[in-house]
Design a protein around this ligand. Structure first.
Ligand code: PRP
Ligand code: MN
Ligand code: MG
Length: 181
């Protein structure tokens, strides 16, 4: 799929490996939440692919809701402030909430989001992310389900974008350094 695109370097995690790992996580999640209702909260827009495939890999009924958040400031450095662009439609009171993300980079988004959702009196809030970068380990983000720990490379595909491109790539690929250098 990346053949011929000069902006892409190489396949980093192939479609089949993503799907296999999601099936493992789904089995774990299904076991942990057995007999409980479960609300998956996807973070727009990066999490759409993970949400769609994880939800279908869960062999049970779940609800899905969505949030859109944005870090204040521009560029690649986060300011530490997050604002809600689109809030959940669901009331979280007494619910088991599982946040679904594509990637934890600095950890800022999820550290803020879990605090925010926990203030809404849910029964529980946990996190499932497909990817996690080492930087995130410096933040206080307690992540229950992690697909892959990856080094600090610029990755795109499977929901992850570079300037809004490459989200629909089925694999996760590294971006060629000349693109963002
Ligand atoms: C990306 C990614 C995570 C967040 C992780 O979203 O999808 O939500 O950044 O970064 P952090 O751990 O440093 O906070 P982005 O803000 O690019 O929006 P998008 O999902 O629409 O691409
Ligand atoms: Mn995102
Ligand atoms: Mg993005």
């Amino acid at each position: 799929q990346i053949e011929g695109d000069l902006a892409l370097d190489q396949t980093y995690i192939a479609e089949a490996d993503i799907q296999a790992r999601l099936r493992e996580l789904a089995a774990e999640i299904a076991r942990d939440y057995e007999g409980e209702d479960l609300l998956l909260v996807g973070v727009l827009r990066g999490a759409v692919m993970v949400m769609a495939d994880l939800a279908r890999a869960l062999d049970r009924d779940v609800e899905m809701d969505w949030m859109a958040v944005s870090s204040y400031g521009s560029g690649t450095t986060s300011s530490g402030v997050v604002r809600i662009l689109k809030d959940l439609d669901s009331d979280l009171t007494g619910r088991h909430v599982l946040i679904v993300e594509d990637i934890i980079d600095s950890g800022l988004t999820l550290s803020w989001l879990t605090t925010n959702l926990r203030s809404r009196k849910p029964a529980s809030v946990e996190i499932c992310t497909l990817l996690r970068k080492p930087e995130a380990l410096k933040m206080v983000v307690d992540v229950k389900y992690v697909g892959f720990d990856i080094p600090n490379a610029f990755v795109v595909g499977y929901g992850l974008d570079y300037d809004e491109r490459y989200r629909n790539l089925r694999d996760i690929a590294t971006l060629a350094p000349h693109v963002y250098a």
